[in-house]
Design a protein around this ligand. Sequence first.
Ligand code: HEC
Length: 170
Amino acid sequence: MGGQRMARCGCKVLAMAALVIAGPAVAAPLPPALQQAVARGAHIFNDDSFGSHVKPVPDAASAFAALDGAPHGGPRFMTCAACHIHGGLVRGRLPDGRRIASLRNAAAVFPRYNVKSHRVMTLEAQIRHCVRDGIVGRAPAYGSSTMVDLVSYLKSIAAGQRIAIGGPTH
Ligand code: HEC
């Protein structure tokens, strides 16, 4: 009798501990202002050329148009999505055809150490680097609303990814 009661009690305690450790299964919905930042970030990612006049190669543009439902021919000038196709959700492709990792877990692995520049690179620094060197446009300032929106978007697509500072992207 006493043993049974003990077992029942033990189960309850274990269940409670599991709840505390795992947390609630369903994430709370985002507040509207944050949802809007994510949506603006997605829009910037797909359509903003940051003042660049570099045209994406036809291949990247058509791949982008096919995957993202952009108007025929895709955007006129370079965008994030020209290389990081399908919103960064799948493996990207550079203008020379080289494949790159998706951005699925990017927000979960930054900051990273960059061997070439000998510095710790934050997600924001990577975004600025991609705008300058990839898009050949004017990089958004740290703390600007464009930067906040892009970071919000990249964080949103990394939801549920394992946080692994310095880790690889996949
Ligand atoms: C001309 C192509 C190009 C464009 C345009 C571009 N990027 Fe990148 N991006 C790259 C390359 C190359 C890497 C390094 C990936 C690698 O080596 O695997 C990279 C890496 C990244 C990473 C880190 C993930 C990783 O695997 O290293 C993030 C985050 C990122 N880009 C965001 C952006 C955003 C946001 C934009 C638009 C503002 C953008 N990129 C525009 C080419 C581009």
